[in-house]
Design a protein around this ligand. Sequence first.
Ligand SMILES: [Zn+2]
Length: 134
Amino acid sequence: MSATDPLLAPVKAADHREIGGVGMDVARAGAGRVKRLIYPPGFRWSTHMKAIVGTDLCMHAHVGFLVRGQIHIQYADGCTLEFTAPQVVEIEPGHDGWVVGDEAAVLIEIDFEGDTAGRLGMPPCHTHAVPSRG
Ligand SMILES: [Zn+2]
């Protein structure tokens, strides 16, 4: 990939951070935020992020669009999800996840900081207890 690859190039008017090896570019939009996340090959949430975040599993909801790469999601109850770009992503809180293969995964995501699941009508944690929509 060239340095001018728009999926990897610096994002205008966004805050850039790097946490646990994940490159994050974040910009406010309406009541929420739009983010570009670059997960490097070999990244696994429980290995690289868990100690930083301090929860057993990732308790964020992820809604967005995987534009490059492949990710695998594992919920506490054993349910799994696999996403391969290009694919819309919907991940409920309460999961581990990792990059599959030797290519970085690039995810464009919308969030409402601490209230993403609530604002998007998703359960606060992955469960089969309540039938989901539709
Ligand atoms: Zn499940």
